[in-house]
Structures are given as C-alpha cells and as structure tokens.
Design a protein around this ligand. Structure first.
Ligand code: SF4
Length: 494
C-alpha cells in the first residue's frame, strides 16, 4: 500500500513569516506535525511519502504513485486543499481527508473519497480495519478523546528538517476554558490530556536522532492548545525538562501557547524559565471588560492585563499576543483603546484580528440563532478584512477602524517603540548559543535592513541600544526587526 501524505499550501498570513524566513534561509516555520503522527499510526509495511506544499512541489507523478492521498489541513488552507482534491479527482486517485478543516467542514468537500475525522489516534485504526477487509466507509468519526500517552513518536524521517525554522511537538490537547469564539473545546475537549514527561523527552531526543539541528534559536514549538491547562502535569514535565537540560547540557528553547493566568503562579513561571521557555503566545483579546465578559474570557478579566504581561516578560519570556475587534459590545472607542493597550504591553508580535465565527463554536451557534451568519464561511484568516457574520457596529466603520489599528501598531515608529518597551521589561535568562549560521543571518539583516531599507534609522537605534544597554536581548531584538519585514508586507493594505 502506497500512501502520500499531503499538506496543502497556506496563504501568506500573519503566522507564515514568509518574508522573514529568507533571513535564516528557511522555507517554512514548522512541519505538519499531525500528518507526521498519522504516518506513525500507519502499519510499517506501508510505503509512505510526505509532501508539504509549503516547501515542496507536488507533481502529478507524486499523486499517481499513491494508492491513497491523505490530506490534512487547517481552515486557512482551504483553497489549496480544494485544488489538490480536484487534481486527485481528475487523475482518479483516491483521497482520504482529516484534520481541523475537514473535521469542521467535511460536508463542503463532496469529492473526497473518505474522511477520517476528529483525533487520528481514535479514527485512523477504524479506517485501517476496514481497509484490510475492503469495506471502506465514507466517514470515520469518533467522540472518544484518545489517551495521548499512547500516541506514537511522529515519523520525522519523512521530512527534510533543514527547510523548517522550528520543529514542533505536542504535550497536551484541550483547554479548561471555554471562550465563545474558540473551536478548541469542540475539537479537543475541556479536560486537558497530557503526554508523560518521558514521552516528551523521547520525542525531543528523536528529533535530534533524526538529524535536526537548527540555527538562530534552536527552538521547539510545543503546539498545545494551552500548555498550562493542567498545571500539575505541566510542572511535572518542566521538572523533567530541567533535569534533562542539566544532564545533556542542551540549550534548546521552547515556544508555546498559554492562558494569562500563568502570571499568577510564580513557581510555574520559574519552572518554565528554567526549562528553556523563551516565548509564549497568549490570547489577550481586548482591553474592554465588556468584551472579555461577552466572549467568556474570564481569566483575563478583573486584572491589569498589562502588569500580567510584564510579569511574564520579567521571567525571561517574550509574550506574543492575540487581539480581537468586532465584539457586540465594542463601540467606536475600541480602536484607540486597542492601540494604546498593545503599545503599553510591549507585545511586539501582536496578532490583531477581526472576530470570526468558526463552525463548531458557541459563537457560531449563537449567531446562527440570531440570524446573523453570512453565507460566506470563515476563511480562518482573521486578518483578511472579512467577517462571516453581521457585526453590531456598521461593518464599514469596523473594517476602517481595524485597518487603522493595523496601520498604527505596524507603523515603523510604533513597532520599534514596542521593541523598546519590551526590552525595558524583559529579563533574558538563557544565553543563546551563537553559531556560524546565526552570524550569516545577522549579516543579512545588517545588509538588508540596515543599509537598503527606508526604516534603517530604527534598525540601527535598536541595534546599538541593545549592544550597549541590553546585550543579552540582542538576538531577540534583531529577530523582531527581521519579523517587521514580514508584517510590513502582509499589512501593506492597511
Ligand atoms: S483560553 Fe485559549 S485555547 Fe482555551 S478556550 Fe480560550 S481561546 Fe481557546
């Protein structure tokens, strides 16, 4: 049996960092972890190939080689997934689709032969059983939230690691919170499920055995819904990681996603810092108390969110953040308040999006009841100037105000001002191992940003401020200047 695992192309979005990747000679940020895990669930006797269309070209020959093409995608990859399905149909190659896009919207893809939905550990074995007996069904689905301590190590030998800037692993699935706009609870449940510390360390070691050795950050993205969803389990892992770092002298750093209540637990903050975490993404959403109440983000309410962010920064972790406009309770003042909020927190990588109603969320159901859903589904890209529902505010004013936030927070003045605010509060903890490849990236940044770009005066200001005042943060700050190349391009419409 020959299986082609296929990851469609994603558009140039906030998180693609496409323009910045050239500085580190990479083609994509991280590999398709879901497909690599599915590959490991398939029998050893199967021949497997993986094509990530973000780094590889897909030919008809590749498609014709396969008995089945397994496609996994997120909602943002919908257009590319549709094109691939059409190609397979023309070539009469059988398709099997899974992952978040198809789990939420499988009825929109009538040309797919089989769907293997929800979590692969639960549904791939059902598909394989029927494959053996030649009695395949159209849809495989399951309500079971599988025990991920039994998940296999992703099959890393299927990708060329050199093309990616980071590797990805997973420690937990699910989140105990229940924000109205979020589809995590529907996809992965409210009771967090965790891998064991040994399992995670084995996965990290497997990465090294497969030949991964990165430049710049040597970082691993722990792609959890909320890494601290179960704090007790998170602390167990962190203690094991600290021991492992001491034993192996490894200087790997980690990035993950957490909720803002991280700031309330000093022990957890120290453990994360000591275990090598240097960046966390947090959904802050809005400075408006009414907005937080409306979307059920209670962990952010009744606190000074800026102080919480600063506390996390003071533990050597950069905070990247998500912000949303378009809540029913938002009035015209929200645009100026968001700009002020983002600037004050010193969150340099600020993902500001328009509220979208993803299928399967409580928000989607509410808007459906209120007859406010528009025919056009969600693109999954909340920076593309579209909403898929009728907002309370006049849509034209909302879009204009949104564009105004983007043009303000991504103006060179404000972007570089945020880097300075960040440097004032960030206390770097991990000394980064400087390698030849890093020097190469630094020279490229000097050449491109420091000599040719019109904003070079800002670049040099940060360069020298860091060199003399914050030398421990030099690499991080220069990385932020490189990110600006990407943001500048994708928000050019604002
Ligand atoms: S805290 Fe984050 S992951 Fe959890 S429900 Fe809210 S938005 Fe989703």
């Amino acid at each position: 049996m020959k299986i082609l695992l296929l990851y469609p192309q994603y558009p140039d979005t906030f998180w693609s960092f496409r323009k910045s990747l050239k500085f580190v000679s990479k083609e994509s940020t991280s590999p398709p972890l879901g497909l690599l895990t599915v590959a490991a669930l398939l029998p050893d006797g199967f021949e497997k190939k993986l094509i990530d269309m973000n780094v590889d070209k897909l030919t008809d020959k590749d498609l014709l080689w396969a008995d089945y093409v397994f496609i996994s995608a997120m909602i943002t990859q919908k257009d590319s997934a549709n094109k691939v399905i059409e190609r397979c149909k023309k070539l009469e190659v059988k398709t099997v689709a899974g992952g978040p896009l198809f789990t939420s919207l499988h009825e929109e893809f009538p040309d797919v032969d089989h769907f293997v939905l929800n979590e692969g550990e639960a549904t791939v074995p059902l598909f394989l059983e029927d494959l053996k007996t030649g009695s395949l069904k159209k849809i495989y689905t399951s309500d079971i939230k599988p025990d991920i301590t039994k998940s296999p190590i992703p099959q890393w030998d299927l990708i060329n690691m050199k093309k990616y800037s980071k590797m990805a692993i997973q420690f937990s699935r699910g989140c105990p919170y229940d924000c109205e706009f979020c589809d995590i609870v529907n996809l992965n449940g409210r009771i967090p499920r965790n891998k064991t510390p040994e399992q995670v360390i084995n996965e990290i070691e497997a990465l090294y055995q497969a030949g991964w050795y990165s430049s710049i950050h040597s970082s691993v993205f722990i792609v959890d819904d909320n890494f601290i969803g179960n704090k007790i389990k998170a602390k167990e892992l962190l203690r094991a990681l600290i021991d492992w770092r001491k034993r192996t002298k490894n200087r790997i750093t980690f990035i993950t996603e957490v909720s803002l209540n991280l700031a309330d637990d000093d022990e957890l903050l120290s453990l994360m810092r000591d275990a090598g975490f240097d960046t966390v993404f947090i959904g802050l959403e809005t400075p408006s108390k009414e907005g937080l109440q409306e979307c059920g983000k209670f962990q952010n309410k009744n606190r000074d969110q800026t102080l919480s962010v600063r506390k996390i920064q003071s533990y050597g972790m950069e905070v990247t953040g998500g912000f949303i406009v378009g809540f029913d309770s938002d009035d015209f003042s929200i645009f100026a308040r968001q700009i002020e909020f983002i600037q004050k927190t010193g969150i340099v990588v600020a993902m500001v999006g328009l509220l979208q109603a993803l299928p399967g969320t409580k928000l989607y159901e509410r808007l459906k009841r209120e007859n406010r859903l528009l025919v056009k589904g969600s693109s999954g890209n909340n920076t593309d100037l579209s909403t898929n529902f009728l907002p309370k505010m006049d849509p034209a004013i909302l879009i204009d105000g949104y564009k105004n936030i983007l043009s303000s927070v991504y103006s060179p003045e404000n972007y570089y001002k945020r880097i300075k605010t960040f440097l004032e509060h960030y206390k770097p903890y991990h000394k980064e191992a400087f390698k030849l490849k890093d020097l190469n990236a630094l020279i490229k940044s000097i050449w491109i940003l420091g000599i040719f770009k019109e904003n070079r005066k800002y670049y040099w200001e940060i360069f020298f401020t860091c060199l003399f005042k914050y030398p421990g943060s030099f690499s991080k700050a220069i990385t932020m200047t490189v990110y600006y190349e990407h943001f500048r391009t994708i928000f050019a419409y604002a």
